[in-house]
Design a protein around this ligand. Sequence first.
Ligand code: MG
Length: 349
Amino acid sequence: MKARISVPTGAVVYDLPLRHRFRGLDRRQGMVWETPAGWTEWSPFPEYGPAEAAVWLRAAAELAERGWPAPVRTVVPVNVTIPAVGPDVACRLAAESGCRTAKVKVAERGQSLGDDLARVEAVRAALGPAGRLRVDANGAWDVDTAERALRALNRFDLEYAEQPCATVPELAELRRRVARHGILIAADESIRRSGDPEKVVAAAAADIAILKVQPLGGIWRCLELAERLGLPVVVSSALESSIGLAAGLALAAALPELPYACGLNTARLLAADVGEPLVATGGALPARPGWQAASAREGAASTSQNGVLTAAPYVPDPARLASVQAAPALAKAWRQRLAQAQFELFRDS
Ligand SMILES: [Mg+2]
């Protein structure tokens, strides 16, 4: 039977400023609402059409429909994410984060390999030799450029390179070329936007899979995908508010193995949030961020019926949520977008 995913009329459209320009954005927008199981988020990037936005909506609906999996760890190690800023800012962001792993954006439009080298060098200096340093090119390089850039950047000892090229065949070719230099390849966009994540494995195109809850349709789908792929997994955010980040944390906390720091410390990139930002201390985030607030409110720990501890959603702060509410025209546009995504899901179901 077809069923629409209903979103309460009280859903809030947020409009958050970023501290630094990130993936071409200066602001991040999305919708959040409270379900009987807690707060959830729907925030597809602005350029995504209804079909892709519908996948993100499926993820937003899962908390109320199915709940979250039980965590198998209490803390999640995370990386600091360094935007395509100058070396001085990059060094400061890495140092003040307290993280022992950094992900540095490279291959930004309008910048050169020299800019990337300067930024990565500065972050390596901030982390020290024991820190882990990965780069993310968001698919911007062709294979030859990627090979040249990664060999140059690897003098700063890369943990891995995330989506250096756009397509799966390019990643596979590049991976073959750089393997002898000990450079690992992680697939991000090729996992979440190609329509067929298993192509990455079939083509031997990556050593590591980046999983993101909203783009892949929810925590449970990510857990199933991780099992099918059989690759080490890094959970990353889609630059959500702290409500969306909590879902990423629930996934990271539930994965049987978590060999790498996760990209979930991105609340640092936002200049405002829907409540107290979920920001790491000592390079880790608590696996169940909403638990303290929820248990304080309800006077009891959140446990499921059989007494097993459950992952808990994030609880926003009403005053902060009100302060980041979008202007009426933007809110209207988001409600129209939501209606299109709902229709898309209804048509496909
Ligand atoms: Mg990425």
